[in-house]
Ligand binder design. Structure first.
Ligand code: AMP
Length: 315
């Protein structure tokens, strides 16, 4: 998890959980579309689970779980796979992009069929609202097509979901290349601030952030992307408007120092909670099991409904 994920998404989920009956899952089954190192995958899933709690998702308030802990996802995935056509799957932009990138390498069938799993992820929880970024809208659309087709063939069974635009969070840009989004890809580790980065590294990364040569502090994303990104990050963690913050600075150095300090302060409670959780792996496993049990109440009812509709239930 990096600062972009935290400010752009996770923080809003933390608010959302109090406004909606919210489900958050870590999609380890989707990760299997490419080969994984089991030890690393397990560690990453546990780390992310702890980070989400540390960032403020409350397992008592929302339903937080790991997808692969519920067999219902794989089970409904098959039903969804039989309700979508190969043509529809081949038209997915992400499939076209990712399979092109993998070129002659091994391309798993899962890379093609994963929208069916994603449809299962959504409908299992009777979700009516799916907060997604633009790149995932097509996936909610295909889910809607699958749901409508299933309901038409077998009777009203699944809730028809809608894509919801999440509140526009600050778009955090790479500190070394402020014209592109901060991202988890490894090609710009010095431009990406991880929420678990050592605080000394956070300070250093802000100190080296790319700005420009005209020496004027102004919020102007088009002409001053680096300075604007610093103002936007500072605004993101303090709640102030970047335009107002700009008037308080005449030099880049103090702006960088203040942005770093404010980010560190914002991350401090998250880090403390993370440290507590990582010291107690048994408690983490318990939280995962509780989340899975809570999710299963709804998921198993949906699968049962689908099987009855299809005529494949035991009764
Ligand atoms: P990803 O891990 O890239 O799929 O991102 C997970 C979530 O974090 C998505 O909701 C993204 O919109 C959000 N996100 C990722 N990178 C950034 C960024 N640099 N600035 C703001 N939000 C971001």
């Amino acid at each position: 998890m990096h600062l972009g994920n935290y400010l752009g998404a996770v923080r809003h989920w933390v608010d959302d959980q109090h406004k909606h009956d919210s489900y958050f899952m870590i999609v380890d089954l989707h990760a299997l579309t490419i080969p994984q190192d089991p030890v690393v995958l397990r560690a990453k899933v546990r780390e992310l689970f702890m980070l989400l709690i540390a960032a403020g998702l409350d397992p008592e308030v929302c339903t937080l779980f790991v997808q692969g802990h519920l067999h219902e996802h794989s089970e409904l995935c098959w039903i969804m796979t039989c309700t979508v056509s190969i043509g529809e799957l081949q038209r997915m932009v992400q499939f076209k992009d990712k399979s092109a990138k993998q070129g002659n390498d091994f391309i798993s069938a899962g890379l093609l069929t994963y929208p069916a799993l994603q449809a299962a992820d959504i409908v299992l929880y009777d979700a009516d609202r799916v907060p997604v970024g633009d790149d995932q809208r097509q996936h909610v659309e295909i889910t809607r097509d699958i749901v409508q087709r299933f309901n038409h063939r077998y009777g009203d069974t699944f809730v028809l979901p809608e894509a919801a635009t999440p509140p526009s969070g600050a778009r955090v840009m790479d500190l070394l290349d402020p014209t592109r989004k901060m991202s988890k890809s490894a090609d710009s580790p010095q431009g990406t601030v991880g929420v678990l980065d050592d605080f000394k590294d956070v300070e250093r990364k802000f100190k080296r952030a790319v700005t420009d040569n005209d020496g004027e502090v102004r919020y102007d994303v088009a002409n001053k992307p680096g300075v604007s990104n610093l103002l936007s990050i500072l605004g993101g963690v303090t709640g102030a408007r970047p335009e107002d913050l700009a008037t308080q600075y005449s030099q880049y150095g103090p702006l960088k120092a203040d942005a770093a300090a404010a980010v560190i302060e914002a991350l401090r409670p998250l880090r403390a909670r993370y440290a507590e959780l990582s010291a107690d792996p048994g408690e983490l496993s318990r939280l995962m099991a509780t989340g899975a049990a809570k999710a299963r109440v709804v998921a198993s009812a949906t699968v049962a409904r689908a099987k009855t509709a299809l005529g494949i239930s035991i009764e």
